[in-house]
Write a protein of this length. Structure first.
Length: 281
């Protein structure tokens, strides 16, 4: 078992709720496929972060997708102030029964202890900073916390473990790897830029053709060209002669910077075998 996984399992014992952070542009591909197994029956809240970058309609479909699985999902922008209120409310909702039982035993306003788990770059630090705030009181030295770890107090209702759980995405799956690479979730060296660009052009021409057309001023005939031909055309159009690398860099940066608008690379209902993504490994 990896060290990261062991650490998450150890920390799990001390929390009431797991906050699983995913990227709105990749609500499935940015999940660690082992997480279900790792957290078992521990209550969970899925947080769809970077909602400002994801396509709004698709993000809403993902909220329903998780709901259908009995998991509450909320969409947020970790940089926004209102995130704190939103997540406090959602955490209370997930733990409503437990909190009610505690209250019936005379325990009022028990703080919810939670930890944030997610793949690298999904926004864990940003969210922790947002939740903990500048004036966060550190309430360490409580029983059961791994030495050196602290609880960060968000408000009266929420306490977060100061160390987020970092798990890896499953990028031995080629399409997932391409999606992660296009958003910048994994290191650029891991997948060749031409493959990322071809994947991206194909994806946008299928799902977000208007954005592709308007960004690169493409006519209808150009839009339906195979991606490799489009690359040749646009490389010339930009005056890069036959320096295709320059076009790959430009396109990938455009996508990441939102120059092609908001987008979601995981499309609900289109993932041929969702079980495969979450299956055993
Ligand atoms: P991590 O701890 O999970 O590894 O992720 P981290 O918080 O470092 O966030 C990774 C990048 O994602 C950061 O950008 C951060 O600002 C950005 N980010 C986090 N949440 C959101 C969000 O809701 N919306 C948007 N648009 N961006 C978000 P960066 O460019 O690496 O750093 P920075 O220069 O922005 O600080």
């Amino acid at each position: 078992m990896s060290k990261a996984r062991r650490q998450v399992q150890e920390n799990l014992k001390h929390v009431d709720l797991v906050m699983e952070l995913v990227d709105a542009r990749l609500p499935l591909s940015s999940r660690n496929p082992m997480l279900d197994k790792i957290i078992g029956t521990k209550p969970r809240l899925v947080i769809i972060n970077k909602k400002d970058l994801g396509n709004e309609l698709e993000t809403q479909k993902w909220v329903h997708y998780f709901e259908k699985q009995g998991i509450l999902a909320v969409k947020i922008n970790a940089k926004e102030q209102q995130t704190v209120k939103k997540l406090t409310k959602a955490a209370k909702e997930v733990l409503a029964d437990k909190l009610e039982r505690a209250e019936s035993r005379g325990i009022q306003n028990k703080a919810i202890r939670t930890m944030i788990i997610g793949i690298p770059n999904v926004g864990k630090s940003t969210l922790m900073n947002r939740l903990a705030g500048r004036k966060s009181a550190i309430t360490g030295n409580k029983p059961g916390v791994t030495k050196g770890q602290q609880w960060l107090k968000t408000n009266e209702a929420l306490e977060i473990l100061d160390t987020p759980g970092i798990l890896w995405p499953k990028f031995e799956d080629q399409t997932i790897g391409l999606k992660l690479a296009l958003t910048g979730a994994i290191k650029d060296e891991l997948i060749p830029k031409d493959e990322i660009t071809i994947f991206g052009l194909d994806f946008f021409s299928k799902h977000f053709p208007n954005e592709l057309q308007s960004r690169y001023k493409l006519g209808d005939a150009e839009l339906s060209m195979p991606a490799v031909d489009l690359i040749v055309l646009l490389t010339k159009k930009y005056g890069f002669r036959d320096d295709y690398d320059r076009f790959y860099d430009l396109f990938i940066k455009d996508v990441r910077d939102g120059k092609l608008g908001t987008y979601t690379l995981d499309i609900v209902g289109e993932l041929e075998d969702e079980d495969e993504i979450h299956g055993d490994d």
